[in-house]
Design a protein around this ligand. Structure first.
Ligand SMILES: Nc1nc2c(ncn2[C@@H]2O[C@H](COP(=O)(O)OP(=O)(O)OP(=O)(O)O)[C@@H](O)[C@H]2O)c(=O)[nH]1
Ligand SMILES: [Mg+2]
Length: 181
């Protein structure tokens, strides 16, 4: 049987590491839509539409989409999350000034589409990066829903995605038949 690919989405603020994570994970050449940043966002390039990569994971074909981080592309968050099985919300661990924005992105998406999600705290290889447990407290989430990683590290990236896949497949399992009171 040939099953349809599973769609997973990576979102989060500018510079969280979304494009990097898609590049680290993809087993096919990544389709990226980077453009020169039109405002000062602390780096020269930013994603303006999406990143797209594919990989095999746990016996599944996974299609991976990275969103833009800038609010002016927020319409893309909904477009890209349509039909997604799971979401990773990335935040850079050494940019606590972006955490509120990250929460707003998460709220924007999950209030429109109730998709299972994990929070990934990138830049764990950098000094002063917040530990995932502290970010979990900030986001008011259970510690198991927040994981730290270096987005350039293939093993850590795959571990996070495998964790999301497990959560998503479990969440989408058919609900037991409801018994009326
Ligand atoms: N050391 C380190 N660098 C990282 C990590 N994640 C991302 N980076 C770097 O951070 C910079 C920004 O990463 P991007 O992947 O472009 O961020 P983005 O989330 O796609 O940003 P936008 O498309 O502008 O929203 C790049 O130079 C990455 O190499 C990490 O975990 N550790
Ligand atoms: Mg990007």
């Amino acid at each position: 049987m040939h099953s349809a690919p599973l769609k997973l989405v990576i979102s989060g603020p500018v510079g969280a590491g979304k494009t990097t994570l898609v590049q680290t994970l993809s087993q096919t050449p990544v389709i990226a839509t980077e453009a020169e940043a039109s405002e000062d966002i602390g780096k020269s390039n930013t994603t303006v539409a999406f990143d797209f990569g594919t990989l095999h994971l746990g016996g599944h074909d996974v299609h991976l989409y990275g969103t833009p981080g800038q609010d002016r592309f927020s319409f893309m968050w909904e477009v890209l999350c349509e039909g997604a099985l799971g979401l990773i919300l990335l935040v850079a661990g050494d940019r606590p000034q972006d955490f509120l924005h990250a929460r707003n992105i998460l709220e924007f998406i999950t209030s429109r589409l109730p998709v299972p999600f994990l929070v990934g705290v990138t830049r764990q290889d950098q000094p002063r990066a917040w530990a995932p447990a502290d970010v979990a407290l900030y986001f008011d989430l259970p510690a198991v829903q927040v994981a730290g990683l270096n987005a350039t590290n293939a093993d850590e990236a795959r571990d996070l995605l495998a964790q999301l896949l497990e959560l998503s497949l479990h969440a989408s399992a058919p609900l037991p038949e409801r018994t009326l009171p």
